[in-house]
Structure formats: structure tokens, C-alpha cells
Design a protein around this ligand. Sequence first.
Ligand SMILES: [Zn+2]
Length: 193
Amino acid sequence: MKLDSYKDAGLLVSADLANELAPLERNAPLPAREVVAALSRILAIDPPSVAQLTQAHVPAFAALARRIRAVFVELQRREVDAAATALNALLAAHPAHPHLAKERGVWRLHHHPHDAPLVPMWTAICAAALAEMIGDGEAQRLGTCQRPDCGRVYVDVSKNASRRFCSLTCQNRVKVATFRERAGKRRTARKNR
Ligand SMILES: [Zn+2]
């Protein structure tokens, strides 16, 4: 499985929203200016979206990010039914409006016309992408990092869906911690002999 930044924008944006706008531990909400900067990076795949973006969109994107994170949390708990119900609610509230648009002489199918309101449009795109993964029997690919206290989510594109961490950094940290723990246990066992 390989992600295509255009075709899989819904998956990539979903993971980015959950990670940037709804991290597990945040004491104070980010200033709206910083959220707009983060959203501009997240939506960079679609320049018309970035052009429309204002601080007024921040609360609705933050709410969407929390709902997307909730879906990943349900999937981490293997509660696929709950994740599907949550996605169905989003899809019912924000249906897609398929629309052909000509870009540099090529017709491409969009979920919405480009002047569609920003947050409902991205809600539909993200919810449809996550729902498609579940519908394809690939729910396990919507993962949450196994390093305690990390909580970042990811889309697993590995061949056998074996990814467990958001990044190499988290993977290595857990490896080192496991190694130290085992070494400690060996030392204690030797002492007690
Ligand atoms: Zn991690």
C-alpha cells in the first residue's frame, strides 16, 4: 500500500489533524494564529483551501480533529463498531458533492466544488477516507503509537500492516527501554542467585 498525496489527502489530513490539533496531552489550547499556521501546512495539498483559511475556521477544525482522534482511539481499542458509528454520523452531517474540475487541462474528480465551505468539505473528505479504510477491512492500518505517552496516530502503509509506532524515534526509545528493563532483570536475577 502506498499513499498518494492527492488521492489519499483525506487519510493524510486526518492523521495530521489528530496529531497537530488534538494531541493527547495539551494543557492550554494553542493561539488561533498558530493553529492557522498548522492548518496551512496540513492543507497545503490543496492551495484553494489554504487561500480560504481564516482564524474563524479554527474552532470547527479543532472539533473535527477531536472527532477524528476519537475514531483512532476507538480503533486502538478494537472498537470498530464504535468507530464506524462515529464516521457514519460525520458522513451523514457532511455529505460529499462529487464534482469534476479541470486542472491544467485535465479533468479531476473532487469530493466538492472548490468554493464549498471549508470545514464541511474537509469533514466529508476525512470521514470518507477513514470510512473507506474500514470498509476495505484495513481498520488496523489506522494506528496509534504504542510508545506510552506518545499518542500520535499514523496510517500504516507497511506491506503486512505491522507498524506499531508513529516514528523511528518512538520505536528506538521503546527498544532501548525494553533492553534496559531486561538487563536490569538479569542483574537482579544474578544478585538473587
Ligand atoms: Zn510515537
